[in-house]
Design a protein around this ligand. Sequence first.
Ligand code: C2E
Ligand code: CA
Ligand code: CA
Length: 776
Amino acid sequence: MRVRITERPGRATRLALVCALLSFAYLVAAWNAPIVAPVVGWIAPLGSVAVGVYATVRLVVSTPLGQASRRFWRTMALAAGCIGVGAVSQMFDTLAHGEPTQVLSDRTSAFDLFGLVLMIAAILLVPVNRLSRSAWATFGLDAGTVVAGGALFSWYFAIRNVDDFEATTGSALPLVATVATGFLGVLVLLRISFAGVREVHPGSLQLLALAALTSCSAAALSPTLADRPYLNTSFLAFPLAYGFLTAAVERQRRSTLAALDGVVAKDAAPRARRSLYVLPYLAVAATDGLLLHSLSSPAESGPVIVGAVVLTALVSARQLVSFRENGRLLRRLDTTVADLRESENRMTFQATHDGLTGLVNRALLASRIDSALAGGGAAEVAMALIDLDDFKSVNDRLGHAVGDTLLVEAAARIREATGADDTVARLGGDEFAVLFRGADPAVAAERILASLDRPLRIAGDELRIRASVGIADGWAGADSNELTRRADVAMYAAKSSGEGWARFDPAMDAPAADQARLAAGLRDGLGRGDFRLLYQPIVSLPGGQISGVEALVRWHDPERGVIPPDRFIPVAERSGLIMPLGRWVLREACRQAAAWRASFGAAAPSRMSVNVSPRQLDEPDFVDDVVAALADSGLPAECLVIEVTETAVFHGGLAVSSLAALRSLGVRVALDDFGTGQSSLGLLLTCPVDILKVDKSFVDGVTEPGDRAVIVEFLAQVARGLDLDTVAEGVEDAAQAERLVELGYRKAQGYLFSRPVPGAELAEQLRPTLGVASFA
Ligand code: C2E
Ligand code: CA
Ligand code: CA
């Protein structure tokens, strides 16, 4: 059952409204002289009382309220009932003596007062949100302001005229009741505006405040009816009080039912209403008005002046408190922003630099090469790739610590041998690179080799660092990939010749034929259908249930056996074969996911993740391909996740608009290998993303203290802040998984849970949860 949240009043409220209108109409019609028997005037007001009491009781009896809410409304029902009995009793009072009168019996007053006490108790019992010290100070001062203003007004308009009341009603009690009702209204408003109520709907409380304020204002008119004993201010006060009560009850009922049903009413958030903050200022303004009014009768203006001064002092004190509080909040915001910025800087550095040597990493080098080449002087640009010889054996013989020291020393010497304008990078392992702008790379290579060759003493051992350097020169139209590849080719040439360094020459490129062969093989393989998908589960933490899978492609070449994607995806990208291959992967993954859903229903993995390479994303047909794959397989769009890398979306453009289009269809977008690209957190704001896949290199370091663990934690916070899901990649041991759970990660992927497996094998894993022998 769905509850519609409409603004239209319900049946009870409409009935109460009719009673109120009839009652007001009677007052107007009978203003000059009685028109019917006086008892008739009581029908409509008592009707509204009955409606209000009935609605409140029904709310308590038949609506599944929370505990505190139920207690509140039960007390309210009792109070409404009590005052309702008072109303009937009042009717008898006024009609009992042949001649109508407005004199109240003690019995009536007792019912009214008891009802009011019950209401005050109910309101004081409503749970409120926890307040800080300064919030309490503000609350106290505001409450003081409103109460002082209220007291002043009550005195001026009511208590000062207590004699008139006693003349009309025979007692001062109704006056007390009236003032108490007014304060009740104010109390309710203060509670919701400052503390923010929980459990009881704030809109209902506002309506109740209106009930109290309007009915007490109406009751305060008593003296004006002194010469019309057949009329009664209750004809105004009861329809107002019970009408608003009925509306309040209905509001509570609707929001409770809607919440049960998962529909969040748009005003259901129990937040303080901003507009109520003006109450104290209204009190001051009203007092100022009173001051002007009282100037005509100087005898009364004394207390009013005192009241105005007190109020002004209270409001000033309140300003001071909130001024200081604002200052504090601003300072806190400043430090938070500074912290965030520092973390981001640290993360950017981490993402663009090598942790051990502090040199630029591969990603940053690539982007610097690309911008140097794009700068126009491509011929001035050159690159050297430096590979340490025999580093592995040093590492094995003398241990990692010595190996690390050696790398750090090598980095320092390469830097020393190059100019300030050159970029020195560590590409990983024992591989370094230098980007030259204008310098002669051959001269630099000699200098680097000489510098490295100087003997080095580590822990008593004398070591010599030998290296091979490959150089490639830039040319118009070059890009970092191709330049690096050429430097690599030259480096291998240097290594095999033992000459120290070599400069790229197209003749060295014979092995490039290898690439061409691979590309040709790919084309044939696609034609033959040599590709298979493996599926690696993405599991929920800490339970380890399969929540999704990632499709990972494998090439089963008839001669070379299984070729991993790292080898052929780059070739496929360069040759454009990634388009048909990617399309096949997408269709096959969607087909498999739909088949699992058909066989395993709710036990099937709920999401299928597919990797999409940058080149695919840049293709104008990409969105259509995805839509077709979904339509043909029957897989709902919500079940598909597209995994892209930061670099693919970094430049915006078509890639980003395609992702936005897919997302609007319900497809989710994951940022893969997050943290390794040259992007910044800013990307998260511009790129349409749902999921962050935190790269394995960060997960690896999560159990040791240090920057990596800090970043993993920081990413979890950022993701939470931006409402993104996170998946920790490459989880290999239980300690990592435990730590990730502590840091707030709820999804993970890695060998700890499962390696990538064929679809049939994954189906085996799903079967036990289902207990039925059907097959995907
Ligand atoms: P990726 O998207 O980051 O995929 C995760 C890689 O990490 C997979 O390697 C997976 O086998 C591996 N892995 C998962 N858990 C662990 C772990 O605990 N320890 C370790 N050491 N490795 C783990 P795989 O299958 O070799 O794929 C490598 C990359 O090739 C993928 O990285 C992805 O970028 C690309 N790739 C794979 N399939 C496709 C595809 O269909 N299309 C495209 N465009 N790229 C693909
Ligand atoms: Ca991936
Ligand atoms: Ca990844």
